[in-house]
Write a protein that binds this ligand. Structure first.
Ligand code: DAH
Length: 340
């Protein structure tokens, strides 16, 4: 009787374990068969009713059944764990062939790159980098630069006036005056910064752009120093084979004055689309500081002479990177900016 019952429990348990699909099903068999109130445990409890001589044999059978079931539970659990792991691995599969996501990285604006390069060149020649105010007095922007109230240059430069004598500087040349007023000799400085002119926006104009001013004042400075310095600068910026030429020009604050061209760095001077067949590209204005300008800032023109120059920073950036529209520099479209 008991043996049959035992066999039935054992068969049923093994059957259920074999079919179990989830860990809960295995656990359920364990509790229902081997647990405190489990069917096999019940049988053990009934052992006291078994005849004494039968007991060892029945006991052996119960133990065998128990071992077999425990064994089957282990097997079922292992199977279950493997199944769970396989499912998890399938679920968490990573497709290593998918294209990656690039993290957007910030970087320097082409104007800034060009300015850094320019600054490095002049710092290497012993210049200091100065800054002047963007909001200026008429005196610093015009008068002290030899541009009196009735001077036509003042009309040429369409100025943003704030009120009366206060304006947004139209040129970084105003910083020359601050440097000279400070009175520490010799002066060897460049002054980069933003300038403002009441211009309509187009491919080559903007109401705000950047210039870099340069000023050297010392005893015995000549036009040869100007030429040598600006030639060195041009070679450093555009390449060792670059040639320069100076064309006579007029600026109120320098005498004599010139405009400087560099040989086209695309065609080497033969003439191409980039230099519009000229072979030369205009880069900057320059000249010997006008004695009257020195004098107005308290520097004795009999003792000191100097040269000055002014470069448009955007122009340098456009030329260096072959950009044909200045507006691109101000739109902050990252698709454009990313290329530099
Ligand atoms: N300030 C001039 C301009 O805006 C550029 C310039 C020309 C600056 C000659 C200078 C210079 O210092 O010597 O057009």
């Amino acid at each position: 009787m008991m043996q049959q019952e035992l066999e039935r429990i054992r068969q049923e348990a093994l059957e259920r374990l074999k079919e179990a699909q989830v860990p809960e099903a295995v656990e359920k068999v364990r509790v229902e068969v081997l647990g405190k109130r489990g069917t096999l445990t019940d049988i053990l409890k009934g052992m006291k009713d078994v005849a004494a001589e039968e007991r060892p044999k029945v006991g052996q059978m119960v133990n065998d059944a128990r071992t077999a079931i425990e064994e089957a539970i282990k097997v079922a659990q292992a199977k279950m764990e493997e199944k769970i792991l396989t499912e998890r691995l399938a679920r968490e599969q990573i497709d290593v062939t998918l294209p990656g996501k690039t993290l957007p990285l910030g970087h320097l604006h082409p104007n800034t790159v060009a300015l850094k390069e320019l600054e490095d060149i002049f710092i290497g020649m012993g210049y200091e980098v100065m800054e002047g105010p963007e909001i200026e007095k008429d005196y610093y922007n015009f008068e002290a630069l030899n541009i009196p109230a009735d001077h036509p240059a003042k009309d040429e430069q369409d100025t943003f006036y704030i009120n009366g004598d206060i304006l947004l500087r139209t040129q970084t040349s105003s910083t020359q005056i601050h440097a000279m007023e400070a009175g520490r000799m010799p002066i060897r400085m460049i002054a980069p910064g933003r300038v403002y002119r009441s211009d309509a926006v187009d491919a080559t104009h903007s109401p705000t752009f950047h210039q870099v001013e340069g000023l050297v004042v010392d005893e015995g400075i000549t036009f040869a120093d100007l030429k040598g310095t600006l030639e060195e600068f041009s070679k450093a910026l555009f390449g060792e084979e670059t040639r320069v030429r100076f064309r006579p020009h007029h600026f109120p604050f320098t005498e004599p004055s010139a405009e400087m061209d560099v040989s086209c760095f695309k065609c080497g001077g033969k003439g191409c689309g980039f230099c519009k067949g000229e072979g030369w590209i205009e880069i900057l204005g320059c000249g010997m500081v006008h004695p009257h300008v020195l004098e107005m800032s308290g520097i004795d023109p009999k003792k000191y002479t100097g040269f000055a120059f002014g470069v448009g920073l955007e122009r340098i950036a456009l030329l260096k990177y072959g950009i044909d529209d200045m507006r691109l520099l101000y739109e902050n479209d990252t698709r454009f900016l990313e290329q530099f």
